[in-house]
Design a protein around this ligand. Structure first.
Ligand code: SAH
Length: 212
């Protein structure tokens, strides 16, 4: 992993003030250079705590929400090792996850974004990430089960395939809703699924079907 930059450290400190407390998450934020995930014209905003456009009508998530969702994954009952991410986008969240967890699987429906994200992962020298161009509503069945699943686009309803691909003791974190979205956390305990609502959020929609 790259050594932390001054701006990365400042961003981590800002997130700590905002209530992010897990050191593994703060270290990953300090170490991953966010500017390489941002289009040239917006690079000067790379270390601000805001979502930014990445082309194709998509956005790189706000660092606070990236950190928050990663923290929620770390609080799963089991010690999570295998993580599935739906919505690779720029790959920034993927890189944060890969800095913390053993194995990360990530699915993106827009080919050009997936291609760029893959290049960035090679640039950062991560070898614990598998990426796929596909429809995230279906999850990634051949690699299931996962200890944690994180969805970085808002689903109109809970995708059943993702619930089905959760390991026992595993946790699914997903924004649900259209105009009004809530971040939900679903914990699997045996055959039981326990749902919690975390907070109101704003994500681009999780699109069903047609790949681009
Ligand atoms: N974590 C990303 C967020 C990107 S925005 C980042 O911080 O850069 C959400 C992403 O989800 C977009 O790239 C969008 O193309 C993707 N997406 C939307 N619906 C999807 C689906 N059904 N399957 C896979 N990816 C999807």
């Amino acid at each position: 992993m790259a050594l932390s930059s001054r701006r990365g450290l400042q961003l981590a400190q800002l997130l700590e003030q905002e209530g992010v407390s897990d050191n593994r998450v703060l270290t990953a934020i300090a170490n991953i250079p966010r500017d390489i995930f941002i289009p040239d014209a917006l690079k000067h905003k790379a270390y601000q705590n805001t979502a930014l456009p990445i082309g194709q009508g998509q956005t790189i998530s706000q660092p606070y929400i990236v950190a928050k969702m990663t923290e929620l994954l770390l609080k799963a009952d089991n010690t999570p090792k295998r993580i599935l991410e739906i919505g690779t986008g720029s790959g920034y969240q993927t890189a944060i996850l890969a800095g913390i967890f053993e194995q990360v699987f990530s699915v993106e429906r827009i080919k050009s974004l997936q291609f760029q994200a893959k290049r960035r992962m090679n640039q950062l020298d991560f070898h614990n990430i598998s990426m796929k161009h596909g429809d995230g509503w279906e999850g990634w069945k051949s690699k299931a089960p996962f200890d944690g699943i994180i969805v970085t686009a808002a689903a109109a309803e809970l995708p059943q395939a993702l619930v089905d691909q959760l390991n026992d003791g595993g946790r699914l974190i997903i924004p649900v809703g259209n105009d009004q979205q809530q971040l939900k956390c679903i914990d699997r305990k045996g055959d039981e699924f326990i749902e919690q609502t975390i907070e109101a959020v704003r994500f681009v929609p999780l699109v069903a079907g047609a790949l681009l």
